[in-house]
Design a protein around this ligand. Sequence first.
Ligand code: AP5
Length: 235
Amino acid sequence: MGSLGLDVKVGLMRLVFLGAPGAGKGTVASLLEERLGISHLSSGDLLREALRKGDSLGTEASRYMKAGVLVPDDLICGLILNRIERLGNNCSFVLDGFPRTKEQAEAIDSLFRQKGHKPVDLAVDFQIAPAVVVERLAGRRVCETCRINYHVTRIPPRRPGVCDRCGSSLITRPDDRPETIRKRLEVYEAETGPLLDFYRSQGKLRTIPGDQEVEEEYGALMGLLKEEGLADAVS
Ligand code: AP5
């Protein structure tokens, strides 16, 4: 195990974060990256980056994202499997927002088998009530440069509209409008059952409550990783 954090030693791990839009997947994954050096790969961020760069894939994907529906599997797999492969077999990472369907989960397993890479260790489902989701997403502001998430009242920046870390402007995501949030929740409900069953059948599905304070969620995840032998407390 490598000692990457102040009080936790972590082993090589591959995590998948599942949960409704706004469940806090990205917020906790960013903390894992910052504190423990575990790479955070967000499918939504990769799609938004492709759009910013003017890639045709990003332009095509943005039509689906604006409508709050899933980008087709072939488009998203083409983008993200390549990035996962480039991380190699010696890097710990958390996948946030991918897979979203059973087909995407099968595509990850197949890639790891083909390349002889360590498979996914755990799929962690952040459970949260829809009413909390709507409040969180309506108040979300994102740094346009370093991607950090804030919330106007619950996790506010020190200066309104300005990122604490890099000083760039904070923006509202176009898909955080109330009607698009509702659509994203519907899509999540429709797609999530088979995906949860997929990881449950592999004995890899775990849950943590997504409606706690951020540090409580992070603590719950650390507890889970220790139970699973993926992290150790340093005495
Ligand atoms: P994506 O970017 O992945 O969005 P999402 O899954 O809808 O998830 P979010 O980023 O909205 O939520 P989150 O759980 O990360 O919450 P966060 O930490 O930000 O996908 C966008 C679109 O891209 C999709 O609709 C789809 O079109 C497409 N797409 C992406 N991946 C795809 C795939 N694999 N296949 C097909 N299409 C795909 O937190 C939310 C807010 O709450 C923030 O303001 C945060 O500050 C606040 N907050 C977080 N935790 C707490 C807390 N504990 N207490 C209080 N506030 C909190």
